[in-house]
Design a protein around this ligand. Structure first.
Ligand code: IMP
Length: 177
């Protein structure tokens, strides 16, 4: 079935996301005053969240990206590959890793181990969404947008088979079967 046949229902509205992102930005700015900070977006799902979040952090900062891949369609394989590394050294810098969603936590676990090897001064985690019911490893989240249930969500950067990333809200797919 073509993904365009999916019906997407609003789950978290644009205005709720905007309000929460502004709060998270203020918290990150408060915690990183005077620190050399790099915000690292996890490709591809964090790209919209990161773009909004960095504009809500009123501090000088650098932006970089890291790539990780574990999912094919909507099925987890349990195996996580780092597909793109940081573009600059971050030794001694304060990192905020920005992720779209924490599901099993396996991607984040892999990325934390990978980034620790770059010897940052600190490493904090910011994720827009977290599904605690699905956690397979414990990840200490420093900045969390929303806790959600075991639903597959799309929009605001998140995809299902590369579709729906450009929706301005987080939605739930109702397949038109
Ligand atoms: P984890 O390794 O199981 O925590 O999975 C993290 C990655 O899986 C996220 O970065 C997403 O790319 C993808 N993912 C997990 N749940 C969803 C979802 O509900 N919608 C879209 N992508 C998801």
């Amino acid at each position: 079935m073509a993904a365009s046949a999916d019906r997407v229902e609003v789950f978290i509205s644009e205005s709720r996301i905007r309000e929460r992102v502004e709060q998270l930005g203020r918290e990150i700015a408060r915690d990183h005053q005077g620190q050399a900070t790099t915000m690292v977006g996890v490709l591809k799902g964090s790209f919209i969240f990161l773009a909004d979040l960095v504009r809500a952090v009123d501090l000088p900062l650098e932006v970089d990206f890291i790539g990780a891949s574990s999912y094919e369609g909507t099925t987890t394989t349990g195996e996580v590959r780092v597909t793109r590394d940081l573009s600059r050294p971050v030794e001694g810098r304060h990192l905020v890793l920005v992720e779209d969603i924490l599901d099993t936590g396996l991607t984040m676990r892999r990325l934390l181990d990978h980034l620790q090897a770059h010897r940052p001064a600190s490493l904090k985690i910011c994720c827009l969404l977290e599904k605690p019911a699905r956690a397979r490893v414990r990840i200490p989240v420093d900045y969390r947008g929303f806790l959600i249930g075991d639903e597959f969500v799309v929009g605001y950067g998140l995809d299902k088979d590369e579709q729906h990333r450009n929706l301005p809200y987080v939605g739930v797919v109702r397949s038109a079967t």
